[in-house]
Design a protein around this ligand. Sequence first.
Ligand SMILES: [Zn+2]
Length: 406
Amino acid sequence: MANVKLLLQESIKNVGRVGDIVEVSPGYARNYLLPRGMAVQPTPNNVKKVEARRKEIERQERERRRDNHARSERANSTVHLALRSSTNGWYAPSSLESNMNTLKRSALGFGIVAGLAALAGGHPYAQAPAAAPPDYSKVEIQTTQLAPNFYRFEAVGPVLVGNAGAWVGPDGVFMVDAMFAQLNDKLVAAVKKVSDGRIRYLVNTHHHPDHTSGDPNFGAMGVAILSRDELRAHLASGNNPTPAAGLPIITYKGPVTLHMNGDDVQLIPIMNAHTDGDTMVYFPKADVIMTGDFYRSIQYPNIDRNNGGSLKGMIDGLNAVVALAKPSTKIVPGHGPVVDKTVVAANIDLINTIRTRVAALVAQGKTQEEVIAAKPLADLDAKVQQVGTTGDRFLGQVYAELKAGK
Ligand SMILES: [Zn+2]
């Protein structure tokens, strides 16, 4: 059979670089490249999308080489970075999320994720196109009890994974977010340790795969999945859409309340913040708020502008958290440790400071590269945990937002 032409979504050793159109055997395409989202049909639209990412990866490589140079002169910070990566897993890769997101659910830990992990470790991407996929077997789920009937689950290991939560009681378990499919057995085992295992509902805070790719596993268990309309639309589309069993069966536009376990769970849509499908989840009696990724207590913020996220929406969302939370409320971010409202309020201040500084540079007519090169966050890095390259990522996002007049 004749070879087929495909557009590479990531660099693959002996095949090509991200953005290349290559000829491969139909079997390789059908059984390997396409199902894993490593390549797509070379339609004009796909070519445009992948080209943008290739440019971004090349820009990161240049930055990385510059950073490495600077880092080699500051051995301490290199050691620090290495320690963080081994104890807390990879939170650092710049634009990991937006890449995963462009790939939708397809990368799921292959290629791009590994490649960017390698990048964050200081290796130019070109030298690590065939890096091993992240080893999910090394991920451990740690359970923290936040209230008599509420538990937070954190994945600790070599993979970036969003926090999950479970609210347990006589009416069954209500879950927030599903982590990666590869971690489903471990997550379900952790939930069973703290409940009778009758998981009845699952709400997704947003569509990124480290929060939703376990959905089909839960769907297959008979769990009713809930989400915003926009979130379901993301999961149902893309190169590698979620199978029907994993799609939310209950969707909503406005706030939703579920009455169970003697309490009211409130699902509160947050408009155009991290993405266009964010939901904040509030458990009044347990005194817990789960935010998804419009708030994270590690790294600089991350706005997925390609999927409807916005700076204004993110600030509005953070203000909504501060308004809703009591001083005692435990706030579970999309990523990072549990915090209280004072920490979220400080995050709003941080974002406003950054916005003001970037706005001044935009007003001077600076390009995005010039803004990043000016290092306007240098004095703020100490306030942020696990900065990695997320400062530059956020600068780029704020620049684009302000440039677009938002
Ligand atoms: Zn996310």
